[in-house]
Design a protein around this ligand. Structure first.
Ligand SMILES: NC(=O)c1ccc[n+]([C@@H]2O[C@H](COP(=O)([O-])OP(=O)(O)OC[C@H]3O[C@@H](n4cnc5c(N)ncnc54)[C@H](OP(=O)(O)O)[C@@H]3O)[C@@H](O)[C@H]2O)c1
Length: 181
């Protein structure tokens, strides 16, 4: 089982403003040429299950169109989450711990999971369950927000795998996470 993070951050390391808004990211997307997705489609094609936190789920619902097709999506919450009826049957919710959830998905045949959402990513990193992180840095500093890395967590050592600098200013880097033994 391989677990990955694929996320965009401001240059100062935030995935969203403190209130969860991503206006700065939507604005930056206007710089991106038609048809360019920075490899997101290829990444999604490699994903068996997307695990996302409840807050990210609610924000994605506000986008209108469901962006994940039939890819199985597990929404994490400590409470039951209402899954709108227009979403595919492959969308479910659970309150399992990261370790228990990964073991269940692995037993069900999943080989590659994508973990999304600030607090959710922090939880999986804290349990050393993330193998790879792809960060697309947006050329804007927003000063405050939800950090990609939990400010109170242990040091996380990473190994650089590759970087792509796009001529529209985005810089995308993939790292392997060195597991705490
Ligand atoms: N820049 C990007 O690429 C990017 C990507 C994704 C998201 N975002 C941003 O990230 C923000 C959301 O991040 P966030 O940190 O606020 O929240 P989040 O991680 O999306 O959701 C947090 C919630 O998920 C549930 N949860 C997480 N881990 C759990 C566990 N182990 N067991 C049970 N429930 C668990 C809890 O829900 P309950 O409170 O219901 O118990 C928790 O409050 C959004 O504003 C979105 O814009 C940005």
């Amino acid at each position: 089982m391989r677990a990955s993070v694929y996320v965009a951050t401001s240059l100062d390391g935030f995935i969203a403003r403190p209130d969860g808004s991503i206006d700065w990211l939507n604005e930056a997307d206007e710089l991106v040429p038609e048809g360019e997705d920075c490899g997101f489609r290829t990444f999604m094609d490699s994903v068996d299950v997307l695990i996302m936190g409840r807050k990210t789920f609610q924000q994605v619902l506000s986008f209108g169109q469901w962006p994940y097709g039939e890819t199985p999506v597990v929404v994490l919450s400590h409470n039951s989450v209402e899954i709108p009826s227009h979403l595919p049957a492959s969308v479910s919710c659970c309150s399992e711990s990261p370790r228990v959830l990964l073991d269940r998905l692995s037993a069900q045949g999943a080989e590659h999971v994508y973990v999304d959402g600030g607090n959710t990513i922090h939880g999986f990193l804290a349990e050393s369950l993330i193998d790879e992180i792809t960060i697309t840095r947006i050329p804007v500093a927003i000063g405050d927000g939800i950090p990609l890395f939990d400010p109170v967590g242990e040091d996380i050592k990473l190994t650089h795998l590759h970087t792509t600098a796009y001529d529209f200013g985005f810089v995308q880097t993939t790292y392997r996470v060195e597991r705490n033994t």
